[in-house]
Design a protein around this ligand. Structure first.
Ligand code: F6R
Length: 250
């Protein structure tokens, strides 16, 4: 895993958006794996700025998102569908029919998950997957536990995740308890992976990810099994480790 220690959140967002912009220029029909949450918001803002400056063309780009709450309607402002519309899809010239998220309204969640896997295969796989990291080390909504599920599946969110997500909702009882998420194999099948992490709240998860051990108690540690992972983080996110400067690990 390549680890880049960035100056601050702006720097993380800038470096991540540059990686994505370079890929779009090199492969205009690339398949981007996208994440929601607060971490990638700055990256999306910078990508929109590039588009507005006439420096990027999204017309051929295909996107697949990591996850969606379940059950939730795409029109619900708290849905990841709405989030992606707000931060990116409504602001650039991407074709909506080329953007995909798990179906939070599916009557049959298992069938929807199988369809999602099939759709990713039919797109030719993910060129670059962007990930945030949960305070408990989750990626997508692959939560710590005794085992992990390889492919897209319905999952119960851990108490830690429900509490972390509560900041986006007015009432605790509105915070979703379930989600549909890509599985660990789905994520690891992406050709390249970018992980973004900032702030002290991510420090113990980042330290566990970089500890050199692979364990289901920190799902992000499975990224050590992939050959092309880049972490952009700030010093706070690394503060549970002793390290400085750009460095190569593992
Ligand atoms: C979001 C996702 C989650 C988040 C993680 C960090 O699509 O899959 O794994 O990346 O919960 O969330 P933030 O960035 O809000 O700290």
């Amino acid at each position: 895993m390549r680890v880049f220690v960035c100056k601050d959140y702006e720097d993380i967002s800038g470096r991540a958006s540059e990686e994505i912009a370079a890929l779009i220029r090199e492969k205009p029909t690339c398949v981007l794996g996208l994440a929601t949450g607060s971490t990638p918001e700055g990256m999306y803002r910078k990508l929109c700025e590039c588009y507005q400056a006439g420096e990027l063309d999204f017309s051929g780009v295909r996107t697949v998102n990591l996850d969606e709450y379940y059950p939730i309607s795409p029109e619900n402002p708290q849905s990841y569908h709405s989030f992606m519309n707000r931060v990116l899809f409504e602001r650039v010239n991407i074709r909506r029919e080329q953007t995909y998220l798990p179906d939070g309204m599916a009557a049959d969640a298992n069938a929807a998950c199988l369809d999602y896997e099939r759709m990713i295969r039919e797109l030719g796989g993910i060129d670059l997957q962007v990930l945030g990291i949960g305070q408990n080390g989750h990626i997508g909504f692959n939560e710590p536990g005794e085992s992990l599920i390889p492919l897209t599946h319905k999952t119960a969110l851990s108490e830690n995740t429900v509490n972390a997500n509560a900041r986006f909702f007015q009432h605790m009882e509105d915070v979703p308890r379930y989600a549909l998420t890509m599985g660990m194999k789905t994520i690891l099948s992406a050709r390249r992976i970018l992980v973004l992490a900032n702030g002290k709240s991510k420090a113990s998860a980042v330290a566990a990810m970089l500890s050199g051990r692979v364990t289901t108690s920190c799902p992000a540690s499975f990224l050590n099994l992939h050959d092309d992972v880049t972490l952009f983080c700030d010093r706070d996110a690394l503060s549970a480790m002793e390290t400085s400067g750009d460095k190569e690990t593992l």
